[in-house]
Design a binder for this molecule. Structure first.
Ligand code: GAL
Length: 988
């Protein structure tokens, strides 16, 4: 993992430095014609067309598998839609749905249909990326655990691998196929593989050639499954790989993944994207399949709150606008909503939260970055000329202490409009640059701003888009230094919303022969000045909260500062794009529907919300979440109303005080423990490329165990005098283990953020000749590694022992036993999936599930904890009664001393929703969504507490925390259906 991450970073850096010269393009392997026989999704060199209409595809990445509550998909998708975006992109995790080879689980929380249906209901297209390999900081990068036993290279045309993935692509492909837009569904594009950009020989050395046969096999398999919408690829840089797809694409993470160092570590935005894209794929749109929307974080990392400090709205201003400067016409933000690595979904480099510091936080609340994205997306969606614009000039303006880079885009098709993207040349520029700028217009070259002594102002970590010859309906904007949020023609009047930073001056000129009275209806008239000529009207504003200027009955201009701009929403009314409504609301506007003369609005509020509705006069009434919304006419003839949010108080249980029951969850170290039902680890051959030195194979995946805790028991007869047990053991980053000789504790390896293996030596005593000893090892399995390189077998890196030996004397091995989750790949809990459980005694028995009668268990709180080294299992129940019509996300927050070697797995109603490691961190707050938590009735929380401390370990705190209180929400959220406890036959 470390190796591949470092190597990947090096490759990316080298590629960036070389300004990315494409590798020679493979030819002759195009397997399907452009359009694939369908004409719904097509493209030319500028952009895609859907149903014949040229479209900007602005998409956000969400992973359905990281949200096991089907009814919450609509919440996320409505939030994506409300940004002005028109698509979502998803990965599908193969390993999760084919946990046992040949048996697919597309039921319950793994069913993809509710997600597709929710996307359709929200009015979003879906881009599907089913792998087989996805990466995505997920266990195995999407590859299945059983794959570890499939010999040879993965992610190339090795026949064993082909036989492994074909059934999956056929199975998932059919589900995708029936949801294609050509069949009335939302799916418009698909991506085979992911970042198929760097390759390895079997010995791990770099292979310069991609496997063209594998690419063809994948495309054929997609087609065979009935996929007819276009395919695209996601090259890890503009390297010209996988060119046999329909449309070439690549990804980019310009700010890197360094959450510790603030903005000061950001590189300057690159200028090369467009020309590199053109060198590689001149006939297809510039497609960025993943563009940085936040960052992952790893064990021992900084927390996502810290990541967000560095990767907030500024990042969107600097870097996203730079992708527009590269004429990017499909842009997918990775991640828009990260979700949770519930049930051991993470690769070893990540923890339970996959929040990603994304615009929509793990608990589904909205961050400021969300609102910044909304400003940009809305602008692009009303600027069709952007879709045929390309960069024609990049120049530097270095005067008066300013160092500005200006990219000029020109509309090659309409031949009139220009977009100027202005940014600080140096991200590290911390001054507010003030300057004048020359722009080309139909009225010749103009230096703007023109009026008075005004200057253009560009603060640090900001970028702006300046437009010329921009038609807002019938209004010809000659230029505007204020940015356009949106515009619409409503009842024959053109409403244009412009924004800037508070206190800046901004100038907008329109071409008109009419002599307008500049009528300031809202805001201070002293902040508006103007100059009328026979052909134009130039208006200059000092940006305040909200200034509204009426120009006759023709034009209504809003000039708002950024914070007020955030409150504007442009809903697709009745899911139709061009219905004339703009709404100022608060936190979230989800939907807008006309029925008769009533405009029904839904959304979420916090605090008092001021509504302003700009809609046709024919609208007689407004409703908000079903209740009537009282409005009054503003001086500029829009409707204004006020809404006071009602967020009822609720009783939260005090988890420190509820009745906790517990049992010992390590019976394995007691003298008479019977492990006869365990799997006997007696394989003497492993297909794994890394061969161990042990007499029998002690790799967990060779016996079907791929997650959670793994237990090993070696049975020996002493030769007499054994005094040392040495082992080499692997578990993945941040893993730990504890080890016993019969019931005698030998010690623990508490782990730290990086080591994924340990060489340990433990002192043995009393190994008297002929005596029986069982060496019991409890280890953490942190997930399977990702295999980022084509042909790489990294995901096969073992979890278990690769070597052991004794000092003093060598005992006689009787046998080794192993267990992980009950049943291994033939797992018990079909509803929660194969990855949800680990190998601890209590979990094997199903004691983490609700409905168990634990009345005979002893009482003890996890705040008292375990007295020595060992594992205890705690359970408690509590009730919730959360009213309807609100969204109250919650988390289980736990704390212990930062040096305490304590490992906790948190189960809520049987779902593994958190893994806490006291001495490594950083996660202490574990969001658990409604639907996993039962918001109307009883809940069961279960914790395994594994103390790796000689003197025991306990939690210092445990709380169920209300993270935010919003009125509104997505509506009914049903609990994810999964079985309660039942006696498990054969459980040991
Ligand atoms: C990309 C990769 C994604 C994800 C991302 C980092 O390179 O395609 O799957 O791993 O990096 O979050």
């Amino acid at each position: 993992m470390i190796y591949s991450t470092v190597l990947k970073a090096a490759l990316l850096a080298a590629a960036a430095q070389a300004a990315v010269i494409p590798s020679s393009s493979p030819s002759g392997l195009r397997v399907r014609q452009i359009g694939n026989g369908q004409d719904v999704v097509t493209w030319d060199k500028y952009s895609f067309y859907v149903d014949g209409e040229r479209v900007m595809i602005y998409s956000g990445e969400v992973h359905p598998f990281r949200n096991p509550v089907q009814d919450l998909h609509l919440d996320i998708l409505q939030k994506v839609k409300a940004l002005g975006f028109n698509a979502v992109s998803v990965y599908i995790h193969w390993g999760l749905v084919e946990y046992e080879r040949g048996k697919f689980n597309w039921d319950g929380v793994f069913d993809l249909q509710p997600f597709f249906d929710a996307a359709k209901a929200a009015g979003l297209w879906v881009i599907v990326r089913p792998g087989p390999y996805i990466n995505g900081e997920s266990t195995g990068g999407g590859l299945p655990g059983w794959g570890v036993r499939v010999e040879g290279q993965w992610r190339n045309s090795n026949a064993n691998y082909t036989a492994a993935w074909e059934p999956y692509i056929s199975s998932v492909g059919k589900i995708i196929a029936k949801n294609q837009i050509t069949k009335g569904g939302p799916v418009i594009l698909t991506q085979p593989e992911n970042e198929y950009s760097a390759f390895m020989y079997p010995d791990g050395s770099l292979n310069p050639d991609e496997d063209l046969l594998y690419e063809k096999q994948l495309l054929d398999a997609f087609a065979d499954a009935g996929i007819e919408v276009p395919t695209f690829c996601n090259d890890a840089w503009i390297g010209g790989h996988f060119l046999s797809v329909d449309v070439y694409g690549y990804d980019n993470y310009p700010a890197g993944f360094d959450c510790l160092n603030p903005i000061t570590s950001w590189p300057d935005p690159p200028d090369y994207f467009y020309s590199s894209h053109n060198d590689v794929a001149p006939n297809t749109p510039n497609l960025i399949a993943e563009f940085q929307g936040g960052s992952f974080d790893s064990w021992g990392g900084t927390t996502f709150e810290q990541c967000y400090k560095d990767l907030g709205p500024e990042m969107v201003r600097v870097y996203n606008k730079n992708t527009y400067a590269s004429a990017t016409h499909l842009l997918n933000i990775y991640m828009m909503y990260g979700g949770t690595n519930w049930g051991h979904l993470s690769h070893p480099g990540g923890y339970s939260s996959y929040d990603y510091a994304a615009a929509i936080a793990e608990d589904r609340t909205l961050r400021e970055k969300y609102y910044e994205l909304k400003l940009q997306a809305n602008f692009l969606m009303v600027s069709p000329a952007y879709l045929t614009s390309v960069p024609v000039d990049v120049r530097n303006l270095a005067t008066n202490g300013s160092n500005i880079t200006i990219t000029e885009l020109w509309d090659e098709v309409g031949k009139n409009q220009r977009f100027y993207i202005l940014r600080q040349t140096k991200v590290q520029e911390f001054t507010n640059s003030k300057f004048k700028v020359d722009v080309q217009t139909s009225a010749g070259q103009i230096t703007v701003p023109q009026l008075g002594n005004a200057v253009y102002s560009l603060p640090a970590q900001d970028s702006k888009i300046l437009i010329t010859d921009y038609p807002a309906g019938p209004v010809d904007i000659l230029y505007s230094t204020l940015e356009v949020l949106t515009w619409k023609v409503i009842d024959g009047k053109t409403v244009i919303i412009l924004y800037g930073n508070t206190g800046e001056s901004g100038e907008t000129a329109i071409l008109t022969k009419t002599s307008y009275k500049v009528d300031v209806r809202s805001g201070k008239s002293s902040t508006v000045s103007s100059k009328q000529t026979s052909t134009s009207l130039t208006l200059q504003f000092v940006v305040g909260e909200q200034t509204v200027v009426a120009l006759g009955d023709d034009i209504l201009l809003y000039v708002v500062d950024r914070v007020n701009a955030y409150n504007f929403w442009v809903p697709d009314v009745n899911l139709k794009k061009d219905l004339p409504v703009i709404i100022k609301a608060g936190y979230l506007l989800r939907t807008a529907t006309f029925s008769g003369n009533t405009l029904a609005l839904t959304g979420d509020t916090n605090g008092t919300t001021v509504f302003e509705v700009i809609a046709p006069k024919s609208v007689q009434a407004y409703t908000w979440n079903g209740g009537s919304l009282d409005v009054s006419l503003t001086r500029w003839e829009t409707q204004e109303g006020r809404y006071r949010t009602k967020t009822p108080r609720v009783d939260m249980p005090d988890l420190a005080r509820v009745k906790w029951k517990y049992i010992n969850s390590l019976p394995e170290i007691s003298g008479n423990y019977d492990d006869s039902k365990w799997v006997t680890a007696d394989n003497t051959y492993t297909p794994n490329p890394t061969k161990p030195t042990t007499p029998v194979i002690l790799y967990a995946s060779d016996y079907g165990f791929h997650s959670g805790n793994i237990l090993w028991r070696g049975h020996f007869t002493a030769s007499g005098g054994e005094n040392l047990f040495n082992l080499t053991i692997q578990g993945g980053n941040a893993f730990g283990y504890s080890i016993w000789d019969n019931d005698k504790y030998l010690g623990s390896f508490a782990g730290s953020a990086v080591p994924s293996a340990d060489n340990g030596s433990y002192v043995l005593t009393e190994w008297i000749k002929g005596s029986s000893h069982v060496i019991t090892i409890l280890q953490d399995h942190m997930g399977l590694e990702q295999s980022w390189f084509g042909g790489q077998e990294n995901f096969k890196l073992s979890r278990g022992l690769s070597d052991y030996s004794f000092g003093g004397a060598t005992p006689i091995l009787k046998h080794w036993k192993v267990t992980g989750n009950l049943g291994g790949e033939k797992f018990v809990d079909w509803a929660r999936g194969g990855l949800n459980e680990g190998g601890l005694f209590a979990v094997r028995k199903g004691y983490h599930l609700p409905g168990l009668d634990d009345s005979l268990w002893a009482s003890k709180s996890p705040l008292k904890g375990v007295t020595g080294p060992g594992v205890e299992f705690y359970r408690a129940t509590f009730d919730l009664n959360i009213p309807d019509g609100v969204d109250y996300p919650m988390s289980v927050d736990i704390g212990s001393s930062a040096t305490l070697a304590l490992r906790v797995e948190i189960y809520v109603n049987g779902w593994q929703f958190g893994k806490y490691i006291g001495n490594i961190g950083p996660q202490k707050s574990f969001p658990v969504p409604q639907g996993i938590l039962n918001y109307k009735g009883e809940n069961t929380i279960a914790l395994s507490l594994w103390s790796l401390e000689d003197n025991g370990a306990a939690l210092e705190s445990i709380d169920l925390v209300l993270r935010s209180q919003l009125e509104g929400g997505v509506g009914t959220v049903k609990n994810s259906v999964a079985p309660d406890f039942e006696e498990r036959p054969g459980a040991y």
